[in-house]
Each structure stands twice: as structure tokens, then as C-alpha cells.
Design a protein around this ligand. Sequence first.
Ligand code: NAD
Ligand code: DAU
Length: 361
Amino acid sequence: MKVDQFNKRILITGGAGFIGSHVVKYFVHQHPEIFVVNCDLLTYAGNLSNLKEIETAPNYGFEKQDIRDLNAIQTVFNQYKITDVIHLAAESHVDRSIESPTDFISTNVLGTVNLLLAAKEYWKNSMNSHRFYHVSTDEVYGSLGETGKFTETTSYDPRSPYSASKASSDHLVRAFHHTYQLPIVISNCSNNYGPYQFPEKLIPLMINNILHQKELPVYGQGLNVRDWLWVGDHVSAIHRIFFNGQDGETYNIGGNCEMKNIDLVNLLCQIVDSALNRPDGSSKQLIRYVKDRAGHDLRYAIDASKIKEKLSWEPSMDLEQGLKITVDWYLQNTEWLNQIVNGEYQNYYQRHYSKRNELQY
Ligand code: NAD
Ligand code: DAU
């Protein structure tokens, strides 16, 4: 089937990552009338085995490309006649941005500009019938004290190289809307959790360490607060915004589930102990308070009333329930986890993909 027989051809960037793989699978399953092109460089965070269940679907294509390469992105637009973009590709881990900020600027800032330039050029004669959806983070708003929440009008105050790079990309997306009338929409969301999250982030890292009875490193005193959003709820919000969001608007997405890190780690210990029939309290003994993250933001919290009022979207998952489902998933998918720990996951592209890269122009 030719790609122009589909109603839309959506370019999803970063579709082999954690959130992106959930978004790709949802669109491929729910919208057989839409062709989804997943463009991902497969950095350490990209894992094509996340997408096994849809890799042969007739409305799915994969392109191993670097968004920092403008020519490569323009080629993808031309080959697939891209009608819309959902942009998730990014360097996403705050600790890595502290160690090595340059990659965050090149991918998150330059990569986003390349996508904006390619869309502006390719859609120049039909701007109004397209959509460029930029997926961003609540970290652009900075850090909160004990009270208050981020709204869409909170001033930007990014404080890590990661959040500064995401803030910069948000500004560029808005600048392309203002200057060139590129049809855009942005969402800023809180901390996602759920299956397929790379085990460098707090929740899967802790689950993996509890499983292997390794120490559980809690930064500082563990008093930092995050608002946890079930990845499935994030996907449903993205879907709603993509189809119903207002051109040029920003929507905050939150889970309504604030928790201090130390309370979260204790809860995870309890859930894993119970799932593995370990004596209650045994995993908590693995907790170690370690050196704090440099510039560690104290608290994030989202006021998601705009998306509730305008688009009738609300998060559905209770945090404890979501953590139990997540723990069960990691316990049932130890092979997925082991392949990351031993690096084997990075061979998936060579083994399954390089031979069957059938472009459908
Ligand atoms: P992730 O790190 O799991 O995945 C990122 C993906 O982008 C990977 O598949 C990686 O291979 C790809 N990628 C990186 N550099 C690339 C490049 N130069 N060219 C093409 N592909 C490249 O990230 P995630 O946690 O799924 O986050 C996805 C998006 O959502 C990011 O934009 C992030 O800023 C945003 N976000 C994440 C969270 C969260 O809690 N994880 C919260 C708010 C916003
Ligand atoms: O708020 C949205 C952001 O959430 C996203 O934009 C980022 O891409 C995503 O990585 C996440 O950022 P955080 O820095 O909040 O997530 P992380 O899982 O790295 O850390 C969550 C909290 O746990 C944070 O306060 C730091 C702390 N932490 C983290 C790790 C990895 C620890 O105490 N120990 C750890 O080992």
C-alpha cells in the first residue's frame, strides 16, 4: 500500500524511547487510516524491542535517523509526504545533562529547529491543514516551594541543562508559530512512569535494584517531590491534544499524584517485597542516602485545569495502583530488563530491521 493512500502520515520522533513507544503503538493500533513513521536515532535510550507488537503493521514504518541532520529529516518528509509531526525525540535524563550538557543542546535545541525548518518548508503551501506537536516537560517552569502549582502562564525558569534545552526548544516552537504561522501545539507534562521506562530513571532503577538486592540511592534527604503521571494517561492526553487542541496553545498535563521521593521508594520496596513474598521491610534496608543531585529542583506540581476544562481530559490512574502494575510488568519482563543491563538490546536493529527497511513512498 502506498503511503499517500493513508489519510495522514504522522512523523513521530523518538518512538523507540519510553513515552514515544507507547504513543507509536497507540496510534498504530487505534488509527489504521493513519501511517506512522517512527524516526529515532536509537541512542542508548532507544529500544526497538519496545515496538515488537507493531513492527510489521501495514501502517507503520521505521527510520533510523538523527534529528540533528537536516538533510535526513527533509528526506523523510519528502519520502513519506509527512502531514503532521509529534516530536518526542530528546536527550531526557537530568543527571546525564549535568555530566554532559552539549548533547542536550544539539539534540533538544538544534534537532527541534531542524524539524521546524523541514515542516515549514514542506508545508509552505498548505500550512493550515497540518500540525506540529511538541512534547515538553514541566521542568521548564523551574522549582516550586511547599505550595503552588505550575500553570500554562507560569514564567519559564529552567534550572538544569536538560530543562534549559527543553525551554529553548519550546520557545523556538512558539517563535515558528508567531513568525511563520507554523501550526503548532505544545504540552508540558510531569514525571511519567510505567512499562518500558529505561532503568536510569527513579522508578525502574529502584525496581531493578530491589530485584537484585542492590543499594537504593536516594539523593539528598529524599524530600524532593514529583507529580507522577501514568504513561498511558500521558498517551491519552497527547491523543486528545493532537486531534482537539487549539492551534498555538500550550497544555499542562499532570498526574495529580505528588509524592516525596523517599515515600515513593519505601512504597516500591513494600510492593516488590509483597510481590516476591519477601519478609515485609527487607528491601527498605537497602536504602542509602547519597550525595544530592547538583541544582536539584525541590518540587514540581501541575495545575491541569486547562486541559480538563478545554479538552475534557483527566488522569485516570491512582499512583499506588499504577506502581503495582509497573512492578508486575518489570517482574514479568526480566528479559527486557536484562537485555538493557547487558547491552544486548542495542543489537535489535541489526538482527530484525536492517534487512527489511521497505520504504513505502
Ligand atoms: P527517552 O529518553 O526514553 O527516549 C528518547 C528517544 O529519543 C530515544 O528513543 C532516543 O533514541 C531518541 N533520540 C535521542 N536523540 C535523538 C536524535 N538526535 N535523533 C533521533 N532520535 C533521538 O525519553 P522519554 O522519557 O520517552 O521522553 C520523551 C519526550 O518526552 C522527551 O522530549 C522528554 O523531554 C519529554 N518528557 C518526558 C517526561 C518523562 O517523565 N519521561 C516527562 C515530560 C516530558
Ligand atoms: O518532570 C518531568 C521530567 O521528569 C522529565 O522532563 C524528564 O525527562 C524525566 O527524566 C523526569 O526528570 P526527573 O529528574 O524528575 O526524573 P528522575 O527519575 O531522574 O528523578 C526523579 C527524582 O528522583 C528526582 O528528584 C531525583 C531523584 N532520584 C533519581 C535517581 C535516578 C534519586 O533520588 N535517586 C536516583 O537514583
